[in-house]
Design a protein around this ligand. Structure first.
Ligand code: TPP
Length: 802
């Protein structure tokens, strides 16, 4: 058979078929060796793509430059087949190699099977995404890839339908790009899977989602997971028809090579040309080694099932098909198998050598320095030699082993100084710097466009400047931004037609079109997903969550995916989304929340902006529009109808991050607060004036970053007393602020009285103005706590009130 000959039922050359088989074998071998590496103690955990090789090879045939992947940990063969991971890099990740060249997906930060391509250059600028095959970075929470997948596909729709984006050739070729998703069958039970599929059908976006169905989610069979025991049957009502929109549902067996190739060709055509989402249910897949290195599947699969899995192993069926069709002889196929296996073995060996070389060097240096110290400190010789021997004896050493030994050595050497002690201290300093770079960099943008580089442009007012409702300040800011930059867009519930529930976008959809200012369904997780996906593709989305309390519905996507993105790719990917929401106080349990502690704990990697009025909010928006950082903007829910002067330069004002503002100077007590509480604190300050207490009110403006120049410390040096006030529960964000100021800024040294926090009650805020008064902190609460602070040092000057 000539290398160009094709089989009657499939238009693929012999060479391609054999290359596919070689890759399937190599990938399987990588899985088999990978598991052994873990059991030999060379890696900590392993999860592999064995049993899923064939469908991924078929999918890869239609994955074109410009396309995106949003998948999960079983996709190694797809990544090898599209040429975006080598087997060597795959092993480098298994070992946690921290060198980006060796492990470009996460530089050792993610466990194996978490794939990503580098979409940013070394300066943090987007590469030409339209020219390269792109894989967004995987996360472990199953189905967590789904909201982002929607956003990636939706961006193609924006690029195709928004004329103003036609010039961005490095981002898209007329929206022809498909977003390919993958997910395990059990994970389709997650709400975000169903939310995503529904939204994709509503939006009609080029998304191809493959479900790798191996019948189990770890040990639990699919009848426990999915209605009708089949996700494609369960979703039949979503199938598009001539009368309605919807999705296209295709079914195929995962061991059937020609059928898989044809199915993906069909899926590609529908998605790429028609912009219709396609769900490919790939059934009858297997998991030859079980779920992961954490257990063995013999514990929960019947002998009958295991027997079936052996017979229907996709690689085995592929080989049978090749032989049945006489594409090559047994001997030739054996030779291909040897090549494939050798490829995997060699890749493993090189990856291991590269990984261990730098560590062994590091260990050698440390051991020598410890031995030098043994010469300088004869009285400690025995202990030091023991430490050095212990270090040298570690099998499969890691970076931490050398650092740990040097730290322990320095504990012993504290008794006196010497050259060897100096050398060890220097070595440790360098090693720690390297560790910090390896394990703690890129939480936020480190590029020139970092939001931290923004300066301040003050509002300008003239005699003709109008006084308007706060929401109109925002409206003017958004209008100017949309006019200025076609990449900026905003979307959310009720944001399009009516211009959001507080009308800060009123009229802007009519002016800029639905592609720029749009309504969405009630589905917070995928609203954020639209933000993440479109931002990854170079757009500048404002993704609106209608009320702060409903952020919780999107929290999994924000915390697991968005917040960790730059960090987990070590600066390889970024998604500068602005999450817009409104909160702190207005009415009742679910429209007055201020769960800032929850936000602070779950959103490191996202800046948290808490402006006290709409002019400040506008200035922060303008800062963010220029930057490539991700931020959460919490506007004051009770501030839209308050009057503010409209700056003449509302489209240009900017506010730097991490710089608090003293909004009232005082000498007796510093109160640190933010958002709607600023007005309450100002009211309290006026009441306190009547009793001769001078309150300095500081608006922190941003919770993250927090007071980068230690301004609050300077205030405490003057007042020697401090109150932290907010609307969160006790110990929430007030606890964070206290830690930052007392511990980090060392303000405790200047305190004459105990630090005080004033917060909302432990419970959610009750309904009505009385509910608010008795749930949230009031000016009177501040007055009394401040008064009590003064009374502590001067009881006669401040007699008991009650
Ligand atoms: C949100 C979440 N819940 C639980 C887990 C633990 N977990 C990891 S994989 C897995 C099973 C997933 O099964 P399936 O989706 O069918 O994919 P498969 O591993 O079989 O390919 C579970 C429960 C997780 N990673 N994320």
């Amino acid at each position: 058979m000539s290398s160009t000959k094709t089989l009657p039922d499939i238009d693929i050359s012999k060479k391609e078929i054999l290359d596919d088989y070689r890759l399937a074998v190599a990938s399987r071998e990588a899985s088999l060796i990978g598991r052994k590496e873990v059991f030999m103690g060379k890696a900590k955990f392993g999860i592999f793509g064995d049993g899923k090789e064939l469908p991924q090879i078929a999918l890869a045939k239609v994955f074109k430059p410009g396309d995106f992947r949003s998948g999960y940990y079983r996709d190694q063969t797809l990544m090898f087949a599209i040429g975006e991971s080598s087997i060597q890099q795959y092993f480098a990740q298994l070992y946690a190699h921290t060198d980006i060249e060796a492990e470009p997906a996460s530089a050792g930060r993610l466990m194996n099977g978490h794939f990503a391509t580098r979409m940013l250059d070394e300066n943090g600028k987007l590469k030409n995404l339209a020219k390269q095959k792109n894989s967004t970075s995987d996360i472990s929470p199953t189905a967590g890839q789904m909201p982002r997948l929607l956003g990636l596909a939706w961006a193609s729709k924006l690029f195709r339908n928004n004329k103003e984006l036609k010039g961005y050739k490095n981002l898209s070729k007329n929206g022809n790009e498909i977003a390919f998703g993958t997910i395990g069958d059990a994970s389709t039970s997650e709400g975000i899977f169903l939310e995503t599929i529904n939204a994709a059908g509503v939006l009609q976006v080029p998304m191809v989602i493959s479900i790798w169905d191996d019948g189990h989610g770890i040990s639990v069979p699919k009848d426990y997971h999915t209605i009708k025991g089949s996700i494609s049957k369960a979703l039949e009502g979503m199938q598009r028809s001539s009368q309605s929109n919807g999705i296209e549902i295709l079914r195929v067996n995962g061991w059937d090579y020609p059928a898989l190739c044809k199915t993906y060709e069909k899926a590609e055509a529908i998605a790429r040309l028609e912009h219709v989402p396609v769900l490919v249910h790939v059934e009858e897949l297997t998991q030859p080694q079980g779920h992961s290195t954490s257990g063995s599947h013999e514990r929960y699969k019947s002998e009958e099932r295991l027997e079936w899995e052996r017979a229907f192993d996709c690689n085995r069926k592929f080989k049978e098909w090749i032989l049945e069709n006489e594409i090559v002889s047994e001997e030739e196929i054996h030779a291909i198998e040897v090549e494939g296996k050798n490829d995997a073995k060699n890749s493993r060996s090189i990856a291991w050598k590269e990984f261990t070389t730098s560590i062994t060097e590091h260990r050698k240096e440390a051991a020598e320095l410890i031995e030098n110290a043994a010469k300088d400190y004869p009285e400690l010789k025995e202990k030091l030699i023991f430490l050095s021997r212990e270090l040298k004896g570690v099998i499969n050493p890691l970076k931490m082993d050398a650092i740990r030994s040097v730290r322990k050595t320095l504990y012993l050497l504290r008794i006196r100084d010497s050259k060897s002690r100096k050398d060890l201290k220097k070595w440790l300093e360098v090693a720690r710097e390297r560790a910090s770079e390896n394990y703690s960099s890129h939480l936020y943008s480190e590029s020139e466009e970092s939001a931290l580089h923004a300066g301040k442009v003050d509002p300008k007012y003239s005699p003709g400047s109008q006084t308007v409702d706060g929401r109109e300040v925002l409206l003017s800011c958004f209008d100017a931004a949309l006019e200025r930059d076609p990449r900026i867009l905003a979307f959310g519930e009720d944001l399009g037609k009516i211009g959001d529930v507080n009308q800060a976008f009123a009229g802007l959809q009519a002016k800029y079109g639905e592609m720029r200012v749009g309504d969405t369904g009630i589905r917070e997780a995928t609203i954020i997903g639209q933000g993440v996906g479109s931002a990854l593709r170079g757009l500048k989305p404002i993704a609106e969550i209608q009320y702060l309390d409903y952020l919780v519905y999107a929290l999994m996507t924000i915390t697991d995916d968005l917040a960790s993105l730059q960090y987990r790719t070590k600066g390889g990917q970024k998604a500068p989304v602005i999450i817009r929401t409104r909160g702190h106080r207005l009415e009742g349990v679910w429209h007055a929340g201020s769960p800032m502690g929850m936000i602070l704990s779950s959103m490191r990697g996202i800046y948290i902006l808490v402006p006290r009025n709409m002019t400040k909010a506008a200035a922060f928006y303008n800062t963010l529009f220029k930057s490539d950082d991700t931020a959460l903007m919490i506007e004051c829910l009770n501030g839209y109808r308050l009057k503010e002067r409209l700056p003449d330069n509302v489209g240009e004002i900017t506010e730097p991050l991490g710089i608090p503002e003293v909004i009232r100077e005082g000498n007796d007590i510093t109160i640190v607060t933010y958002g709607s509480m600023c007005r309450v604190a100002m009211e309290a300050a006026r009441q306190l004036e009547d009793v001769d207490v001078s309150l300095e009110v500081i608006d922190i403006q941003t919770l993250l970053p927090f007071d980068i120049n230690n301004m609050i410390l300077e205030s405490v040096k003057k007042t020697n007393r401090i109150i932290f006030a907010d609307e969160d529960v006790p110990g929430g964000a007030s606890g964070f602020m206290m830690q930052q100021v007392l511990e980090k800024q060392q303000a405790y040294k200047y305190l004459d009285s105990q630090p005080v926090t004033i917060t909302a009650k432990d419970h959610r805020p009750a309904y009505s103005s009385d509910g608010d008064y008795f749930s949230k902190p009031s000016a009177e609460d501040i007055f009394e706590k401040a008064y009590a602070l003064m009374a502590e040092s001067d009881p006669s000057g401040f007699p008991d009130i009650f």
